[in-house]
Design a protein around this ligand. Structure first.
Ligand SMILES: O=C(O)[C@H](O)COP(=O)(O)O
Length: 248
């Protein structure tokens, strides 16, 4: 049996401000830093240790990983930054207030943009300063790999090769891995691992800074999964994430 740990980053400045973030590279708040340290403490107390860590190229996930590793006295751990673990690109919604957007377009439309499998948010214009074409961290990518918006299906399409080429081989090689990523890149991974339907994935919300353990069989099929930490607090945090996209 293999065990891997997923973790969504701690609270970011735009989580606090309730803005659509996507590929915008915002940092953690103080609360987010505390959540990341707490995750390290919880993992340490539960007896976890790791050989290798993966994260995105966005600082909220990278810093969460650093703080968690620091708390576990694992700053030496090899880390692989993979853009394919980035948050789902939020297109022209990036920077907008989620509640105001719901007040303008309706809760249902915002739910579709946030959670539907195959309807992307409106795309950025190619010349929009929010587009990532000139960002050096994506310099090695073909231009058509850099999104202007993404639905979850698009995120699955980039996360799946990351799983097949990086994560799964590391797990099979016996490495204990920690993956610090984002709400929707983790939803994409979990959808794929658990075979969740396009319909049911709408109801899955990932809380910030909570280690999520997956136990996998020899074929890397999930046996069970569970959050470390207080179930009531986790359920409340999941409900809070779901409610972020509603008009006040
Ligand atoms: O990109 C974002 O805004 C968040 O990290 C995830 O947002 P969501 O829960 O609204 O999809």
């Amino acid at each position: 049996m293999y065990k891997i740990v997923f973790m969504r980053h701690g609270e970011s400045t735009w989580n606090l401000e309730n803005r659509f973030t996507g590929w915008t590279d915002v940092d953690l708040t103080e609360k987010g830093r505390a959540e990341a340290r707490m995750a390290g403490q919880v993992l340490k107390d539960a007896g976890f240790t790791f050989d290798l860590a993966y994260t995105s190229v966005l600082k909220r996930a990278v810093r969460t990983l650093w703080l968690t590793m620091d708390e576990m006295d694992l700053m030496w751990l090899p880390v692989k930054n993979d853009w394919r673990l980035n948050e789902r690109h939020y297109g022209a919604l990036q920077g907008l207030d989620k509640g105001e957007t719901a007040a303008k377009y309706g809760d249902q439309q915002v739910l579709v943009w946030r959670r539907s499998y195959d309807t992307p948010p409106p795309a950025l214009e190619a010349g929009d300063p929010r587009a990532s074409f000139d960002d050096p961290r994506y310099a090695g990518l073909p231009k058509d790999a850099i999104p202007l918006t993404e639905c979850l299906k698009d995120t699955v399409a980039r996360v799946l090769p990351c799983w097949n080429e990086e994560l799964a081989p590391a797990i099979r090689a016996g490495k204990k891995i920690l993956i610090s990523a984002h709400g929707n890149s983790l939803r994409a991974l979990i959808k794929m691992l658990d075979g969740i339907s396009d319909h049911d994935i709408v109801g899955l919300n990932i809380p910030n800074g909570q280690p999520l353990v997956y136990e996998l069989d020899k074929d890397l099929k999930p046996i069970r999964h569970y959050y470390l930490g207080d179930p009531a607090a986790i359920a409340a945090a999941q409900a809070a994430v779901a409610n972020q996209g509603k008009a006040k």
